[in-house]
Design a protein around this ligand. Sequence first.
Ligand code: PHE
Length: 513
Amino acid sequence: SSAVSPAGDLTSQILQALDQASPLLSTEAFPAAGFVELKAALDRLASRDMVRYDTLEREEALLEPEGEQIAANGSHEARVFEALRTAVEGLTVQELEKAIGDKNVVKIGQGKAFKEKWISKTKDGKFKAASDSIQDVTQEQMQTIQKTRTYPNAKILADLKKRKLIRMQKIISFKIHKSAHFALAIPEEATDLTADMITSGAWKTATFKPYNFKALGADQQAGALHPLNKVRSELRQIFFEMGFEEMSTDKFVESAFWNFDALFVPQQHPARDLQDTFYVSDPKLADKPRAESAEDTKDYEAYWKNVQAVHQDGKYGSIGYRYPWSGDETQKLVLRTHTTAISANMLHKLASQKGPDGRPPPARYFSIDRVFRNETVDATHLAEFHQVEGVIADYNLTLGGLMEFMDIFFGKMGITDLRYKPAYNPYTEPSMEIFSYHKGLGKLVEIGNSGMFRPEMLEAMGLPKDMRVFGWGLSLERPTMIKYGISNIRELLGHKVDLNFVQNNPAVRLDKV
Ligand code: PHE
């Protein structure tokens, strides 16, 4: 039969060698073959039951550079003795060093030579030989090991290793035997059963290549989701499960109107200050709020006037802030400081929708995207982060309802035992910071901010008085850092992120309750 293995390739070398003698040892028969290639060739033959093999492991002793030196030139102490043997008058340290040409050999060698009583000191402090001849056992040991790669006495071997003259190395070899289907060449193998083989009958005598069920396939260089994106997709799932609609968050730049004024944030509020807010210098001003599509028939001019009135003079039963409201201030462009700017825009649109009863229908919106704040960058703060935000609009909602909802929402993220602390937001009343007990840190940590949106904000939009809206916000970074055990935000975001970290991290699963 015809053979496929080219003459000289490793599989055929193995078959030829086995034909002469079986079993054989790979280290003797193929001393130059690489381990990986040899094992691949053996596996190829073994899978066809042409050979079988055992794997043998043993340790070999190899000389370290110092051991090599001793094998070649003698031990340090022997070299010291050798230099002194012919110097009848004895030598000073300096002379000895010059004769040997290696200070280190003299330093170590003379001490040992004294111990062996090979040398002694003259009255005037010189070194001299104290014997006619010596036996350099260490050199003999090194030479034996160099030749045989081992030494008959295990205790000496261990001792030489401790003295760093030798090191031990694992050697793997194979004991190879002929097996049932042994032949001098691998028979030609068909990889497929073809129509031709069936019609010609060749299939009856053909040898089929066995399947390799152990083949792993090539490594895939696939893309990887950033940890923030993984946690984000878990959170999106929670929102969708709870009937939320995702808000479009494609505007990093907003007008101060939507970011602040629509939210009843007074124009003198410290958050508007350059310290906290990035203002855009070119272009400086936005258009006044206006419809962005043909379907949007809302009266933006009236809304604008309502916002002015409620800030400046008071309206809807509120006495307002009583300051001269500036239209120009609202047109300033900012990098949005929160996604609540988008919630405001969406709630304003909700006011003109009509449900079955002709009134705005209940709604649940969420978003997860980037916001910007002019903060000092440190281990836990960057000038930007991702805000997770949700709002729920419905008739006659209560604060108790908000708290119950938070229990369910955070419970789905695996965060339980919530605590609330009264807080302040210009756009919510009451406002509450949300805390949870962090077992790792052993204390309560803030996990979010929440509140019932104020009538000053909602009624100016035209939402009915009995429609209540509550909202909350948290950062995406905090739960992600906790999940992935990161303490420095710069390991998560920015130019210092290690791409292997992104590539190798598993998908996150929030423990649901
Ligand atoms: N905008 C708030 C923040 O930046 C979050 C929040 C949203 C609070 C909605 C109350 C209501 O933290």
